[in-house]
Design a protein around this ligand. Structure first.
Ligand code: RIB
Ligand code: CA
Length: 308
């Protein structure tokens, strides 16, 4: 089966690698890409999505989304993703790039109408565009098959002790998604931190072609920091929902209720799950991904990168 997929992303380095995987996987029909502010400002994430079309020689439609979170100032992640969002690797914007005037939230809705009940929305940045789409088009929640996100966690945070970046950057937007009742697959840090690509992996990939060289080059920026704090490689956070769609057998997951802390101070942006409590939420429609078989995951991801 080919899954119709729409990707919403904040093209940073791991988003870029997830786009390579989406293009390479035969089981996925990537209908389009929308960009949100997050790892970098919208101007950069939007142009980076076009730059990925140029790298891959593709012409996936790219639609621009939110310039800021719903209610809060934007926190970018330049330390990790570089000033340009691609680890400071320079990629040209293709000359045939089409700068669509249809905004992300309308493009997502149009794609869902074309594939009623079948469209998988993969969201790997802050959920701002997803929230706006759900608010502007209430019918959308009945049209989407599911939403697969990289975000949150049932345990640790990576921006604060409590919160993961994609949720912390726009907690209100994430809450709108979790309260929508749409089936959600939440690939949080519990699993994604284990899905690390190592220097040995990317040096091997660099021998396979331009996309492999891009992966090595764009990861060298975050690697400097991650190596200094004892990581074995760079987590492929955003490829997790992509590979979960095609290879759920690589992962361990449990059904839970999940909601977002939007008023806290210490806990702002935490994804509160009822996994470990005898007190359960009434609505338990989230598949919380808790673990991944790293070697199987990475071998499939490397195979994707080799084949683009
Ligand atoms: O916490 C990891 C997430 O934040 C990933 O999506 C990464 O691209 C950043 O957006
Ligand atoms: Ca991302």
């Amino acid at each position: 089966m080919k899954y119709p997929v729409w990707l919403d992303c904040d093209v940073g380095v791991d988003d870029a690698i997830a786009i390579l995987a989406l293009h390479a996987l035969d089981e996925i029909d990537l209908l389009g890409i929308s960009t949100v502010c997050g790892n970098a400002e919208q101007e950069k994430t939007f142009s980076n999505a076009h730059r990925m079309n140029g790298l891959m020689g593709t012409d996936y439609p790219v639609h621009r989304g939110a310039e800021t979170p719903l209610y809060r100032p934007l926190n970018v992640s330049a330390m990790f993703h570089g000033e340009n969002g691609l680890g400071n690797v320079e990629l040209p914007i293709p000359e045939n790039a089409v700068f669509n005037r249809i905004p992300a939230w309308d493009a997502i809705y149009e794609a869902a109408k074309q594939h009623p009940g079948e469209l998988r929305l993969i969201a790997i940045g802050p959920m701002t565009n997803v929230a706006i789409a759900l608010m502007k088009h209430p019918e959308l929640k009945t049209l989407l098959h599911s939403v697969l996100i990289m975000g949150g966690s049932a345990s640790v945070g990576n921006v604060t002790t409590a919160a993961e970046f994609n949720i912390y950057d726009d907690p209100e937007a994430a809450q709108i998604l979790f309260k929508s009742g749409i089936p959600i697959v939440m690939c949080g840090l519990d699993a994604t931190l284990k899905a690390v690509l190592t220097p040995e992996d990317w040096n091997e990939l660099a021998e396979t072609g331009r996309c492999g060289r891009f992966v090595r080059d764009c990861l060298s920026h975050p690697w400097k920091f991650l190596q200094s704090i004892g990581f074995a490689g760079v987590p492929m956070h955003d490829s997790c929902p992509v590979l979960y769609l095609v290879h759920p057998e690589y992962f361990k997951a449990e059904t839970a209720g999940v909601y977002v802390e939007t008023r806290g101070t210490v806990s702002l942006g935490r994804t509160v799950t009822d996994l470990y409590s005898d007190k359960k939420f009434d609505d338990r429609h989230v598949t919380v991904v808790l673990d991944v078989e790293r070697d199987r995951f990475i071998e499939t991801l490397k195979d994707c990168i080799r084949r683009v």
